[in-house]
Design a protein around this ligand. Structure first.
Ligand SMILES: Cc1cc2nc3c(=O)[nH]c(=O)nc-3n(C[C@H](O)[C@H](O)[C@H](O)COP(=O)(O)O)c2cc1C
Length: 397
């Protein structure tokens, strides 16, 4: 078996010489500082290569539909350290119809590089056609195409797409083969471990996907049945890493701190990491991880004023990409986590939740600035990210 360079390096280098695994419920667990406990002395890894595409860092932004849109990607990219960022999942059929909503989802620009689009669908010929169409639309702006085989939501799985693919190995392989053959770009797959604990198909799929030419995989270490609950199964991710011969496997799920990152790399042998909610909690995490990987020093946590400036740049990006109404509505949705990041007090928090205009935004920022300027950076102890996740039993998602 050929050992991939980047997997060898993560498995064999001293990633966690002093690393301590921390209980996720430990109140000292910080989300905005690089780590509450001394992280491993040095995080050293190889390069992640997706076919001809070599990523500048092995830390990619996992899609969070409704959050990791172009304005957010751009402000996080400015902080540095992102190896690749991907759109939200896009319906292949809707791409062919070029609906306005779909075109918004694939919106990109020269600073948004390298950039991938994530597509889904249940029918091989349709998804291959959509992929071809996408290459025609985006040309050189598109670095790779990712196929979603992880989304647990009924709206996606009922047509055979998303995590439903995990139940039909033959069709999943045919679909991936069709897309790989349709486009001249690297094609990757993001998937879960399986539909449920009785049907763990990811290792078999990974092996098959590699055979038909997939350039890399991202594995979220949960089954569809788990939704977002329970812990990530690192042994499950490791079994996918071990199933492939050459292609990089990115581990995904619950990586929020440098220690989490080092543990995931060490325990799974994966080549790199995809971070979703961790990036929303701490947009600096890519910068810290990439710097740590390269130099052994993750750098300092962001000060409060840097956090405020980040929020302002994000709002400006939203304004410039669309309009005032879009910027305000998006901000309302993100008010919860910005308030956790900045702790501006109840009155301002209520203002952001009901944000009405650019003038209102400027006024709130000026109101919170004096308190923020006088604060140092310090750890933040709340572990919950205020995201709207589907509620109730997974069968009803
Ligand atoms: C609100 C939300 C939206 C998501 N949207 C997508 C998506 O569009 N495509 C996808 O592959 N995964 C999506 N995911 C899954 C994440 O990319 C990721 O696999 C999962 O959240 C676990 O990683 P994390 O703990 O780093 O967030 C979404 C997750 C959340 C919470």
């Amino acid at each position: 078996m050929i050992k991939p360079e980047n997997q060898l390096s993560t498995a064999t280098k001293p990633l966690v010489a002093n690393g301590t695994r921390m209980d996720p419920t430990d109140p000292r667990r910080s989300l905005l500082t690089p780590d509450p406990v001394p992280p491993p002395a040095h995080l050293v890894g190889g390069r992640v290569r997706l076919g001809p595409l070599t990523l500048a860092s092995r830390f990619t932004m996992a899609p969070l539909a409704g959050y990791t849109n172009l304005p957010f990607r751009l402000v996080v990219r400015e902080l540095g350290g992102i190896g690749l960022a991907t759109t939200d999942l896009v319906n292949g059929r809707a791409l062919m119809l070029a609906s306005a909503k779909t075109l918004d989802l694939i919106q990109t620009c020269a600073e948004d590089r390298p950039f991938a689009v994530q597509i889904y669908g249940g029918l091989p010929h349709e998804l291959a056609e959509a992929a071809r169409h996408l290459v025609g639309l985006l040309g050189d702006g598109l670095a790779s195409i990712d196929i979603n085989m992880g989304c647990p939501v009924h709206k996606i799985t009922k047509g055979g797409g998303g995590s439903a693919m995990l139940c039909q190995v033959g069709n999943a392989v045919a679909l991936v083969r069709a897309v790989v053959e349709a486009v001249p770009l690297p094609v990757t797959v993001k998937m879960r471990l399986g539909w449920d604990a009785k049907q763990i198909t990811a290792p078999e799929l990974a092996r098959e996907f590699e055979q038909v030419g997939v350039a890399g995989l991202t594995i979220h270490g949960r089954t569809r049945e788990q939704g977002f609950s329970g812990g990530v199964d690192v042994a499950g991710i490791r079994s996918v890493v071990q199933a492939v011969e050459r292609i990089p496997v990115l581990g995904n799920g619950d990586v929020r701190t440098l220690t989490d990152a080092a543990n995931m790399l060490r325990e799974t042998g994966c080549s790199g990491l995809a971070l979703g909610r961790g990036a929303l909690l701490n947009p600096w995490i890519f910068h810290h991880l990439a710097r740590w990987d390269a130099t052994g020093d993750p750098g300092d946590p962001p000060t409060y004023i840097q956090r405020l400036e980040f929020m302002i740049r994000h709002f400006e990006r939203l304004l410039s990409i669309r309009d005032e109404r879009f910027a305000c509505l998006t901000f309302r949705k993100m008010a919860g986590w910005y308030c956790k990041m900045l702790r501006p007090g109840r009155e301002i928090q209520q203002g952001i939740v009901m944000l009405e205009s650019q003038a209102h935004f400027n006024q709130l920022c000026e109101q919170m600035r004096p308190a923020i300027e006088s604060r140092d950076s310090h750890p933040w102890h709340e572990a919950e990210l205020p995201l709207n996740l589907p509620a109730g039993p997974i069968a009803h998602w």
